[in-house]
Design a binder for this molecule. Structure first.
Ligand code: NAI
Length: 306
């Protein structure tokens, strides 16, 4: 192992580490000295099937570089199996210091055609899974008086996207989960932050490329390799970020972002109270200059990744 030692002595669980962004985070954490539990069910993009091969491939790279890694093929999406993922860290390496909630699936469907199954499957892996794995580690973090969570959110939730009601709701839910963990566990020295990553991976391969404009955007996305997200995840998990918690960051190629979080931006008061008609006549026009545009992620990120 060369690289640094920012995570020396620490044990990390990285969910969905059999490919894409999760694999790169696992590799980067191992290079910084962490022992890593590579959790991945090896599912298809939509969450079907399962295989240990992707996780084994990640482990092979870490071991070949002289690092330490264990494999967990349990799903994040159930309480019991999430407990086993954290237990794998304790059984393999005797402790747990870092949880990276990265596992995910996609079931993109326009809202009026989205089935209950599409909704539940995506909420199950992203939102429930992030809660289950975080919760399974929480008692250990509390007892040892330290721990760091890094959760993958998405600009699909922070900004918006077509056909992703299930995914956007889950990803914005994860932001609320992270902030709540940050508040509730600050007293135990535990931190929780989100990253909105950008990467060309199988998860972005569903982005439509029918028009020349869409094809041009896709060509840009393909330059964004998943490893570009890993340094931020490593840093947020390290003691170097000891006073950073409850934040939402982003990474896109060589750009890093700090995202805002919702606060009141205008207020209006009427001493005799409001009627629906008064709101229409007075409040809505007052708010109108500050209304948020109905934009999508690509509108907010209107320049080429640098
Ligand atoms: P990916 O599809 O390459 O990797 C996700 C991994 O999660 C897969 O290896 C899959 O087998 C695993 N997985 C699925 N269900 C699981 C379960 N129940 N238990 C354990 N593992 C499971 O996706 P990618 O692109 O690397 O995304 C990683 C994370 O980053 C996801 O949370 C995604 O929502 C988020 N993200 C990705 C963006 C991108 O541009 N690729 C943009 C915004 C967010």
């Amino acid at each position: 192992m060369s690289e640094g030692s920012m995570l020396a002595g620490k044990v990390a669980v990285v969910t969905g580490a059999g490919g894409g962004i999760g694999r790169e985070i696992a590799l980067a954490m191992a290079l910084e000295g962490a022992a890593v539990v590579i959790n991945d069910v090896g599912a298809s993009l939509s969450g079907e099937g399962g295989s240990a091969t992707p996780a084994e491939q990640t482990r092979a790279i870490i071991v070949q570089r002289g690092g330490r890694a264990a494999i967990s093929t349990d799903s994040v999406a159930e309480w019991e199996s999430a407990q086993r993922i954290v237990q794998c860290a304790l059984d393999s390496f005797g402790r747990i210091d870092i949880v990276v909630n990265n596992a995910g699936i996609l079931r993109d469907v326009i809202f009026h055609k989205m089935s209950a199954e599409d909704w539940l499957a995506v909420i199950g892996v992203h939102l429930n899974g992030s809660f289950f794995v975080s919760r399974a580690a929480a008692g250990h973090f509390r007892r040892q008086g330290s721990g760091a969570y890094v959760h993958m959110t998405s600009t699909s939730g922070l900004v918006g996207n077509f056909g992703q009601a299930n995914y956007a709701a889950a990803k914005l839910g994860i932001v609320g989960l992270s902030k709540s963990i940050a508040l509730d566990m600050q007293r135990f020295g535990v931190r929780s932050n989100c990253i909105a990553p950008f990467a060309w991976s199988r998860m972005t391969s569903s982005i439509p490329a029918d028009t020349p404009e869409q094809q041009a955007r896709l060509a840009k996305l393909q330059q964004m390799t998943p490893d570009k997200n890993a340094p931020l995840a490593v840093c947020l998990a390290a003691d170097a970020a000891h006073d950073i918690t409850g934040q939402v960051f982003g990474a896109r190629m060589n750009e890093l972002y700090l995202f805002s979080q919702s606060r009141m931006i205008r207020s209006i008061h009427r001493s005799d109270g409001w009627t629906p008609a008064a709101i229409a006549a007075h409040a809505l026009p007052a708010f109108r200059p500050s209304l948020m545009p109905l934009d999508r992620s690509g509108d907010a990120f209107s320049w080429d990744p640098a």
